[in-house]
Design a binder for this molecule. Sequence first.
Ligand code: KIV
Ligand code: ZN
Length: 519
Amino acid sequence: MANDRVKFLDTTLRDGEQSAGIGMTVDEKLEIAMQLQKLRVDIIEAGFAASSPGDFRAVNNIAREVRGPVIASLARAHPNDVDQAWEAVKVAESPRIHVFLSSSEIQVLHQLRKNREEVMEMAVSMVERAKKHCSDVEFSPMDATRTDPEYLYQMLEAVIRAGATTINIADTVGYAIPSSFAQLLRDIQEKVAGVEKVTLSVHCHNDLGLAVSNSLAAVEAGARQVEGCINGIGERAGNASLEEIIMALDTRKDLFKVDIGIDTTQIYPTSRLVSRITGMAVQANKAVVGENAFRHASGIHQDGVLKDRSTYEVMQPERVGVPGNSLVLGKLSGRAGLQSRLEALGYMLSREEITNVFESFKMLADKKREVTDRDLEILMDEEKRESTEPISYTLEQVHFSSGDHDIPTATIRLIGPTGEVFTDASTGNGPVDAVCKAIDRVIGCTSKLTGFNVQSVDEGLDSVGTVTIRIENAGRTFSGRGASTDIIVASAKAYLSAVNRMLGADEEANLPAVGSTPD
Ligand code: KIV
Ligand code: ZN
């Protein structure tokens, strides 16, 4: 008898984006969606179309460009949300509307301030509305694990009658534990009429560190769709880590006896991309994708692994797409070596592109003993952003001085939109503050720094640092990234990238240009 198939709904672009301090641009979301297509997830929850014009555009672009996975938009149980979700996804090859509504007493009474009957009626009428647009409708009772089970069963029965094709049991606040969650799933299958006609899904948050365990317990109990985010990012402590669930089902197929449609070799590239774009580091000891996940430190383990990898590894690094590392790149390396390493990392470049990257590579290799895979990812990221992002100002030069007895001071030289050169200087609370203020003086506007994150690309003291910055201006938020062996320079690049995005958005909205006078 054939195994059942478990589907994966990736919500990195929706719930993942709800992580504190994350903001992705429309293009970045599309880039991640393209990678999720390569990973072969079954459903991409591309965003929450009604939440902002930017989210609408992101969902709509993904629906238009991505082929293969179902493309879903989230919608509250409001007519406008449902209609907007449909407008955004209707161009997809396979569209889905995902309606959610609180079901627990605590949320129904204190957040929605309605009674159970009113909430039931909202759920049914909005699923019916979604169904008029789209045959594929998912319904999530929010906070299902703290909901009176009898009310939950009634609600599920009613939305199935109204046309829902997937019902998603949301452990919204990460309250469940594996045994009771599995029991809830079994009870639902026993007590809800019509449940056998729909896909039973789970969506687990990680407040107690149990999101992956709960999801796996649910699969054992009959769930056939699992929701999660790459690297486990998401609201508060995050969502279930999709790659961990995938590899558990893959590695312990003997136990779970289910099939999945994932290309596991795309896990590592997907994890790296999400980390780079969100600026959220993956902890070194993170299962499956952490820096140390396949590193063996103790002598006994190394001895075993050298004789036979399976002595201390339950899965091979190649299975999750961690590239083998036989070549050390440094300042003596040539174009062929660089090209071969980039290809191993999944970058297929034209001759011209290789020439451009090789120049940046040589500059970096002059500053670093060894250029690692992570460095190459950063180089590629910078190259890509330079060729795709709106660039009003480019950084020509940055100089700063600071110390425990000095006033931090920075001088900035920027090239403006039509090639003019601008120079200005500022003091600040620290060198980063001084650099940002000097940039503000050139551009002629002030933005509030609301997020600042520095990551070391690898372990050496000569490591490249990547800086992710978020700025707020007139109620809008923009993020920018920059990389350099000098973190103040990386900060200047990141700040300027965020400012350029802001200027690009102003231009799109036809707002008056800000600027100053050239030297
Ligand atoms: O956690 C949650 O309940 C959600 C729903 C919208 C599915 O994210
Ligand atoms: Zn959630």
